[in-house]
Design a binder for this molecule. Structure first.
Ligand code: FAD
Ligand code: UDP
Length: 385
């Protein structure tokens, strides 16, 4: 056989698996239907010279030393405290909800004690929150849930928070202190030269790893001759949607670049020369605004350039022609995925990894961890033969 491993998808999952396996002497080929590597974490310079994230903002974070050490072979890091605001009721609110948000809510100064007491009085007692509405109600109660979560979630998913797994809104921390950072993981940083550069180095360091772009595996499966396939695309597409398509949510990104003169007109609003908005990301929880968030990535990349680019994110219905950006975590979709998983478990020579291969709302560090673990299993399995 020409290849030991055919890897479908040149995102984080596929590249990390390719690096691990080729380092162990296996002949690996990675293919991707897009014309670039990096999957959804791909970044590039736009016409204004701004390093943008074309598939939505990607904020790297992790608690895993193993993953930091692994990726640090291919990149240096630029630490970032990702800061966002939520815009509703005509003002910018500190978000995730914390003591600073509470002071804005009250319109006066407060203390951690008063805030904790307020939360105790307002949160809805429940032992184990079963969905995304309950997970927020159980922490902050109705008023803050209604202001910041209910409509945003409806807009993003076209589903009520009650229909979504608790893990969806449960991603957002609620704090009693003044910590304004969006994320809680210990390590929060961007690859110093960007994700694409980091991924190019992963490929360059992997002797014999071949990458071919612009090829859809599903268009001609018989073309590839390998002992094992690692598939990081959507699992339902691999099985020709035999149990029906899994639900996904798609997005449309509208980019707008601003030059120095335009940015100068925004100084009062942004409070930060050379920037369009006050912080990296502004969330718009109200349904009358059609987009969910605006991101000005320059706040995080700290690029020194007399321009900036802002992206507005519009949630969209998914159809097979569109990108399946988000698996939709509901009870129904979990049951349907289980059927595909049972087929996958019987396919001894195919591994499904990554966000789409496993139909899980995974972050980048989680898919890197998964690719490392699966590669070790495969190395053992195929070294014995
Ligand atoms: P992908 O990056 O999706 O790569 C899969 C690749 O497979 C794609 O390039 C695709 O073209 C290719 N492919 C699929 N089917 C085929 C086929 N038939 N033939 C050939 N190629 C195929 N994570 C974070 O940690 N922090 C964040 O801030 C963050 N923000 C995000 C924002 C958005 C809008 C989205 C959608 C995701 C975000 N993520 C974030 C998640 C992150 O994108 C994923 O965890 C990670 O990129 C998954 O990597 P992957 O390799 O599994 O999949
Ligand atoms: N969410 C919300 N209001 C916000 C931010 C998030 O209701 O201001 C909910 C929403 O359902 C969203 C989920 O929390 O899909 C997870 O948010 P996160 O920002 O982690 O989403 P991602 O970056 O993965 O799109």
């Amino acid at each position: 056989m020409k290849w030991d491993f055919l890897i479908v998808g040149a995102g984080f999952s596929g590249l990390v698996a390719g690096e691990q396996l080729s380092k162990s002497g296996f002949r690996c080929k990675i293919i991707d239907k897009r014309d670039h590597i990096g999957g959804n974490a791909y970044d590039k310079f736009d016409e204004a010279g701004v390093l943008i994230h074309p598939y939505g903002p990607h904020y790297f974070r992790t608690n895993s030393q193993r993953i930091i050490e692994y990726l640090s072979q291919f990149t240096e890091w630029s630490e970032v405290a990702y800061e966002i605001r939520s815009f509703t009721k005509n003002q910018y609110w500190h978000f995730p909800i914390n003591l600073n948000t509470f002071e804005q809510w009250l319109g006066r100064e407060s203390t951690e004690e008063e805030w904790s007491q307020w939360l105790d009085e307002h949160k809805v007692p429940m032992t184990s929150p079963a969905n995304s509405e309950e997970v927020i109600l159980s922490q902050v109660g109705w008023d803050l849930y209604k202001a910041f979560f209910e409509q945003y979630t409806l807009k993003q998913w076209k589903k009520h928070p009650k229909e979504l797994a608790a893990s969806v809104c449960g991603r957002i921390p609620i704090r009693t202190n003044r910590d304004n950072r969006y994320l809680t993981e210990e390590f929060q940083a961007l690859p110093l030269d960007g994700y694409t550069k980091m991924m190019e180095r992963i490929i360059d360091s992997s002797q014999g790893l071949e990458v071919e772009l612009g090829v859809d595996y599903l268009a001609d499966r018989n073309r590839w001759d390998s002992k094992h396939i690692i598939y990081t695309g959507p699992i339902d597409a691999f099985y020709d949607y035999s149990f029906g398509p899994l639900p996904y949510r798609s997005l449309r990104f509208d980019y707008e670049s601003y030059n120095q003169e335009q940015l100068q007109t925004r100084e009062a609003e942004s409070g930060k020369p050379g920037h369009w908005q006050p912080v990296l990301q502004v969330n718009y929880p109200d349904l009358d605004v059609p987009y969910t968030r605006t991101v000005e990535i320059k706040h995080a990349t700290k690029q020194d350039i007399p321009a900036s680019t802002v992206v507005r994110e519009y949630p969209e219905e998914w159809t097979p022609e569109k990108e399946p950006f988000y698996p939709v975590p509901t009870q129904e979709s979990a049951e349907l995925y289980q059927k595909y998983k049972e087929l996958a478990d019987r396919d001894e020579h195919v591994s499904f990894i990554g966000r789409l291969g496993c139909y899980r709302y995974y972050n980048m560090d989680q898919v890197v961890g998964m690719a490392l673990t699966e590669s070790q299993k495969l190395i053992k399995k195929y070294t014995r033969i």
